[in-house]
Design a protein around this ligand. Structure first.
Ligand code: BES
Ligand code: MN
Ligand code: ZN
Length: 481
């Protein structure tokens, strides 16, 4: 989809040729001299358009506008959240088979966060998954023009939002693909294609190279599957070599059956989303290609399936991780931490400024925080604060969770250095405590996105989170140095 921003007030925007004009009206709206804004003021005054965010009033062939449909959408207090609510509702109301070009007009000067929210919500509301449908219904909207009288002040925020959308949609696409259309090999190919531009490179390791590195934990998870594992190393070099990179590590379990500790059948299909962390890393790299910030970033993706078979790892098996620490596999369904721990050890070689892993790691995190905020774990206060702020700014929020040493008690075992699971209590935290053992050599943060990476129910599908949070964090890093 194509986005553009133009400096126009409402009267001018109404003269743009388009299929639908959406007018975003905040509670502090003041009418100009033109007819349409007079109409808007009247609608507000009479409460035919209520000012609460998401309330709509639709006009058909209004003489004041070139568009067939005009949707007046209240944005209430005008905050990013309200704008998101309004745009989602308005686009849903304006949607039709013939909707190709849409104008989204801020009737009052817009703030940066409102512009970002509008772009992301408009993209969300028009996204369509098509890959595995025989009669696909692709997205009809091809062009969205944003207008605001103060557009010139908003260009940077707008560009960042458009790049973020591109990343979010790549992440959605890969996370939504069924596991037979998103194997470790295909995921690695997608990474390679992303890197076919200047300043990017991609290296893909297979079973032989991974064995040579001694990634015994990662290999143990992969050994039950006929699909060969892949370890992806993506690099973006936007700054001098001397500039320490940020490393992103994405969990790439392309299907999680649980392995020998098999999951129950209901909803097992949802475990195709278990590579959402990896998909978010791909999404971030696409956004980096568009924004080209002056930083260095490494993306690491351990990718494999977790399946039961005669060759699969068994409960009680002890394996040796790349770090040298031995791990007792008490539950083969706690596989995410096993593939991540070797990637975290691999990350040391980059002498990173920070390492952030992103994983659909625990059902417990979904229970704790639901689908609203991702779980954030970090031993490093400055890093945690920066990620929390990036989450708020990008409407892709997270919530910091504790890492007290007492939570690691349950991981003790007589048969190895560490067990891969503790009891049920505090499951998201004990998983993070396991990872922490492998991330002691740098500033580290862990994002548990089990609850936020996809939506269940009728709108079932990937959310593209936390691409927005990560892009915001990285761009801030570029400005901070
Ligand atoms: N991929 C799952 C976590 C998950 C579960 C994400 C449900 C989203 C929805 C992970 O590999 C897993 O199976 N975790 C186990 C850990 C347990 C065995 C300690 C879990 O959460 O049940
Ligand atoms: Mn699992
Ligand atoms: Zn998993």
């Amino acid at each position: 989809m194509n986005f553009e921003i133009k400096p126009m007030a409402l009267a001018q925007a109404a003269k743009e040729k388009c299929d639908a004009l959406i007018v975003l009206v905040s509670q502090d709206f003041k009418a100009g001299k033109d007819e349409l804004s007079g109409l808007v003021a009247q609608a507000l005054k009479s409460a035919d358009l209520e000012s609460k965010a998401g309330k709509l009033l639709t006009l058909y062939r209004a003489p004041q506008s070139h568009a067939v449909r005009v949707v007046l959408a209240a944005t209430g207090d005008g905050t990013a959240r309200s704008v998101r609510t309004a745009v989602l509702a308005a686009v849903a109301a304006a949607k039709s088979a013939s909707l190709k070009k849409m104008v989204l007009c801020f009737a009052m000067p817009a703030r940066e966060d409102a512009v970002r929210a509008a772009v992301l919500a408009a993209a969300d509301a028009t996204y369509a998954y098509t890959l595995t449908k025989s009669q696909p219904e692709p997205r009809t909207v091809q062009k969205i023009i944003l207008t605001a009288s103060n557009a010139s002040e908003l260009q940077t925020a707008f560009d960042r939002a458009v790049a973020t959308v591109s990343g979010v949609e790549l992440a959605k696409e890969w996370a939504n693909r069924p596991a037979n259309h998103a194997t470790p090999t295909l995921l690695a190919q997608a990474a390679q294609e992303l890197a076919e531009v200047p300043k990017f490179s991609c290296e893909v390791l297979g079973p032989k190279e991974v064995a040579e590195l001694g990634m015994g934990a990662f290999m143990a998870v992969a050994q039950g599957s006929e699909q060969a594992l892949r370890f992806v190393v993506l690099r973006y070099s936007g700054a001098a070599k001397s500039h320490a990179p940020t490393v992103l590590v994405g969990k790439g379990i392309t299907f999680d059956s649980g392995g020998i500790s098999l999951k129950p059948a209901p909803e097992m299909d949802e475990m195709k989303f278990d590579m959402s962390g990896a998909a978010s890393v791909l999404g971030v790299f696409r956004a980096l290609a568009l924004l080209k910030p002056a930083i260095n970033v490494v993306g690491l993706i351990p990718a494999c399936e977790n399946l039961p078979s005669g060759r699969a790892v068994k409960p009680g098996d002890v394996v040796t991780s790349m770090s040298g620490q031995t791990i007792e596999v008490l539950n083969t369904d706690a596989e995410g931490r096993m593939i991540l721990c070797d990637a975290l050890t691999y990350a040391e070689r980059f002498k990173p400024r920070a390492v952030i892993d992103i994983a659909t790691l625990t059902g417990a995190c979904m229970i704790a925080l639901g689908g609203v905020r991702s779980g954030l774990f970090s031993t490093h206060d400055a890093l945690a604060t920066a990620l929390l702020e990036a989450g708020e700014l990008s409407q892709d929020a997270c919530w910091r969770m504790p890492l007290d040493e007492e939570y690691a008690e349950g991981l003790k075992t007589s048969f190895a250095d560490v067990a891969n699971v503790a009891g049920r209590a505090g499951g998201a935290i004990t998983a993070a405590k396991f990872l922490q053992r492998f991330a002691e050599k740098y500033a580290w943060a862990h994002l548990d996105i089990a609850g936020t990476a996809w939506k269940t129910g009728t709108s079932k599908g990937a959310s593209g989170r936390p691409v927005g949070l990560l892009v915001e964090y990285l761009v801030q890093q570029a400005h901070a140095k």
